[in-house]
Each structure stands twice: as C-alpha cells, then as structure tokens.
Write a protein that binds this ligand. Structure first.
Ligand code: ADP
Ligand code: MG
Length: 320
C-alpha cells in the first residue's frame, strides 16, 4: 500500500464533522465505546457491497461511499430506528488516495446528514469490497418489524419502484437514449434512505421492510413472517412511464422484481390510514396504497381487467 494503513485511517476516517456526545471512545482504540440512551434499544444491521456483485466496476467511488451507508440506513428506516453509529470494514486493492477522498465525500456527506459517527472499522488489502455496520436506537418495544401485518391492513410503498432497475440497465448499456437517464442512474447509485418516514411510522405501521431485492420478494418476507397473504393492484404501482414503456410485456413484472430501490414497503391497519397518510405528507414522503393483506397465504396480483394471478417473480436472490 502507498499510504500505510494507520496513516490512511488517521487521514480519512478519524477526523469527522460528526462528534456525538454518546461516543465515549471513538476510532483509535481496540474497540469503540458508546452509550445507548435511557429507555432505548440498540438496533444493529450490516450489509456488504462487493464490486461486480452489488455495484458495477465502473461505479464512482463517491457513489460507492454513499451507497454503502445508504443501504444500511435503509435497514434502520425499515425498523423505525434513529441512526447513530457506524463501523466500516474496507478491503481495497491498493491505497489510492483519489479513490479514498471521493469515497469519503460520498460516505460522510450522508453520515453528516443523519448525524452518524463512524466509530471503527477494519482496513485490508484485497479485491474491492466493503461492509458497513450501522447502529441506531429506538424507544424500547417500538421497533417496526416484519411480523405485525394482519388481514385487512393496507399495503403501501414509498416513492417509485423500478427506477434503480432501469438505472442498472443504463449503466450496463443494455438501454440507451432513455429520457431522464441521469435521474435513473442517480436512483441506482445514490438511493435516499427513508429515515424520516420510518421514524414517523412507529406506532402507526403494523409491519415494514425496505425494498432491496424487489417488491415481490421483500413484501413476501412480511407476509411469511406475519403468516398472511395479500393482493396487489398492479395499476396502483408507482412506476415511471419510462420503466413501463421499456419493460416489455407484461410491464409490471420488471418493477415488481427489480431490486436496489431502497423504498419502504409497509402495512397499516385501515383505522390508521388517515394518520399514516398525514404523517407521510408531513415528512414529504410520497406513498401509494398498492394492495391489501388477506388471510389467504401467498401473493396475488390484480390485473387491469380484474383477473387475479399468482406473483411468481422472486426478485434477485443469491445462490439460486
Ligand atoms: P486492531 O488491530 O486493534 O483491530 P486496527 O489497526 O484494525 O486495530 O484499527 C485501528 C483503529 O482504527 C481502530 O479503532 C479501528 O476501529 C479503526 N479503523 C480501522 N479501519 C477503519 C475503517 N476503515 N474505518 C473506520 N475506522 C477504522
Ligand atoms: Mg483491525
């Protein structure tokens, strides 16, 4: 490595804008020490990004820095937790300072936005991959989980689905000349975690998940954990016109199985529907009501002509 491991850590990771009061021992010791607020529980998640698997090799280091943290923040959003601390295990082919600078710009811009302090990590040499562990807090017993959906609950999704899937085809040059190309590539590279929405949904949503592997797959996890089924109305899916026109027939199959959107999918008891919609408007999160939870297991799609079919596309799965 050009720059030694310790100088690298000191130069790029030790000095940060965010310095939280609840961090007793930051980067620079054998482990970090933090204090969890009274009456709160610790919420922890980790996600790994490997070059060529989770992002194409030509992805900019700034986007990689942003995305590594964003996908983790998205998990906290789905739990209704407030982000606080992160660790970073970074494996680099060589200590390329231009790469590190751009990576840190992406990472710390998002960390600053949510007052997340990087409190530790590990740095190794090898094929490019990174694991970010995120830690947050939620008032005891208030975390949103995948387990609480009940028959009759309404199913919502935030934002639009399928945008990142189109972005991926654009960067892979499978498609060209698409209107608003930059928007879709941005949606792939720089997802905006729905933290504010997740926090607002505590005590309101009965279950929640973030969409990393595609709506059918991820909603499927809620249904399985909650031991229920659902019907989705395909006409209600929030899908960009460009995605609809490029997806082929039937148009909904692609946005239903495309991953990487990092939107929230959540269920709301019908009595709390007005409250949920008002809260989402307050935090500026667009949502669409796309279906309803049913006692009958499985996921069915209601097509434009009223026909019901089983949803089969399972989204992106490793080892299949
Ligand atoms: P140790 O040998 O005790 O594991 P390291 O040399 O790996 O210590 O790390 C020294 C300090 O730098 C530790 O506080 C560690 O958490 C931190 N650190 C190492 N790599 C990173 C990184 N990529 N991001 C943030 N902190 C890091
Ligand atoms: Mg170490």
């Amino acid at each position: 490595m050009g720059l030694g491991e310790f100088n690298l850590i000191e130069r790029y990771f030790e000095h940060q804008a965010v310095r939280r009061d609840d961090v007793a021992t930051p980067i620079g010791d054998d482990a970090a020490v933090v204090s969890v607020a009274d009456g709160c529980e610790l919420v922890v998640s980790v996600d790994t990004l490997i070059e060529g698997v989770h992002f194409p090799p030509q992805t900019s280091p700034q986007a990689i820095g942003h995305k590594a943290l964003a996908v983790n923040l998205s998990d906290l959003a789905a739990m209704g937790a407030k982000p606080a601390w992160a660790t970073l295990a970074l494996t680099l082919p060589h200590s390329d300072e231009a790469w590190l600078e751009a990576f840190c710009r992406g990472f710390f811009q998002l960390a600053d936005q949510y007052q997340v302090q990087l409190i530790g990590g590990d740095t190794c040499r090898g094929p490019l991959s990174l694991s970010v562990q995120i830690m947050g807090q939620v008032a005891s017993g208030e975390a949103l989980t995948r387990c609480g959906a009940a028959a009759g609950d309404l199913i919502y999704v935030s934002g639009q689905i399928g945008d990142a899937g189109l972005g991926l085809r654009l960067v892979q040059r499978q498609l060209q000349g698409v209107r608003d190309e930059d928007y879709f590539i941005q949606r792939l590279n720089c997802p905006a975690p729905r933290i504010e929405a997740g926090l607002a949904l505590r005590g309101v949503a009965s279950a929640a998940i973030d969409i990393s592997d595609g709506l059918v797959a991820d909603l499927g996890h809620i249904l399985k954990k909650s031991a229920v089924g659902a019907v989705l109305d395909v006409e209600a899916l929030p899908v960009a016109e460009q995605v609809k026109s490029l997806a082929g027939e039937p148009w909904w199959q692609w946005p239903l199985s495309a991953g990487d959107d990092y939107e929230l999918c959540f269920t709301v008891p019908s009595a709390r529907q007005p409250q949920a919609e008002a809260l989402m408007a307050q935090v500026g999160c667009e949502i669409s009501c796309i279906g309803v939870v049913e006692p009958l297991r499985g996921l069915r799609l209601r097509l434009a002509d009223g026909q019901l079919i089983e949803a089969t596309r399972q989204g992106y799965r490793h080892f299949v």
